[in-house]
Design a protein around this ligand. Structure first.
Ligand code: SAH
Length: 260
């Protein structure tokens, strides 16, 4: 047993900092950061909220070093510190919350564990849907195209299932510098079940200075710039385009019609 076994642990806030600028961070998230001794996060996300972390101790690392960041946060909290682990968007969606719990689970029994509070944030799907109109009014499936941690077979199976069941599909991590093929493969799978005219929204840098939102269709999906700051939303078979906005009808109009 280490000395720390009897030491009073600190606390870990796993904080969602939203899609971009500070106006899209919740007051709870801002309070958690303000009340922390140290902020741990991916350097690009820390940069986006630099006004909030001014004067605070910061531990930041590159994008793929999530495990190092979470380990550091756990160590600091075991030493009695109040730590904010920050994630862009929501911390429980393709982000850090799960990893923090997994690491704490490994320490269970050795030491007194710190309290953990997850503070939700506006995820890319909320931000991008808002920019596109109202594409998520009906059932949707979110699929990450990153095969860094998930086998590509599994991703293909999910794409097929979601497309077959007519879910609106939100694609996270559609493309990066080193991962360029997946978006084309995903489009091909969805095309087995939906027409080339199916509306598609592409949003890059939602709520950031470089924001671009495009409404196109499945046929034209690959003609636009897509990168790791982009989320793609593929409509279902009822999604329509009105005034350059994507709208997935929920059925209110039909209901009114039937009840007459
Ligand atoms: N936890 C984050 C997701 C992290 S995965 C969240 O809840 O939003 C990273 C992926 O999220 C990116 O590749 C991109 O697909 C999407 N993303 C994050 N921020 C975005 C933004 N501002 N605009 C568009 N897509 C974004």
């Amino acid at each position: 047993m280490e000395d720390r076994a009897l030491k009073k642990p600190g606390k870990i806030y796993v904080v969602g900092t939203g899609p971009g600028d500070i106006s899209h961070i919740t007051p709870s998230a801002q309070q958690a950061i303000a009340g922390s001794d140290i902020v741990v996060g991916y350097s690009a996300y820390v940069e986006l909220i630099k006004d909030l972390v001014e004067g605070k101790e910061v531990f930041s690392t590159g994008m793929t070093q999530e495990i190092d960041r979470c380990r550091k946060a756990v160590e600091l909290a075991l030493d009695g510190k109040i730590v904010s682990v920050i994630s862009g968007g929501d911390p429980g969606i393709y982000a850090m919350a799960g990893l923090v719990f997994e690491l704490l689970r490994q320490r269970e029994g050795d030491v007194l564990l710190p309290a953990v509070e997850v503070i939700p944030g506006i995820s890319a799907l909320n931000a991008c849907a808002a920019r596109l109109g109202a594409p998520l009014m009906h059932d949707f499936a979110s699929i990450s195209l990153s095969d860094r941690l998930t086998p590509w077979d599994t991703i293909e199976r999910r794409l097929n299932a979601a497309a077959m069941a007519d879910f609106v599909i939100v694609l996270y991590n559609p493309k990066s510098k080193g991962r360029t093929e997946q978006i084309g493969k995903a489009r091909k799978i969805v095309m087995k079940y939906r027409s080339p005219e199916t509306p598609v929204g592409i949003v890059r840098g939602a709520m950031r200075e470089n924001e671009v939102a495009i409404v196109t269709d499945l046929g034209g999906l690959l003609d636009h710039e897509i990168d790791m700051q982009t989320t793609v939303v593929i409509g279902n078979t009822n999604t329509l385009v009105w005034n350059n906005l994507m709208v997935t009808p929920r059925g209110y109009e039909k209901k009114r019609h039937f009840s007459r």
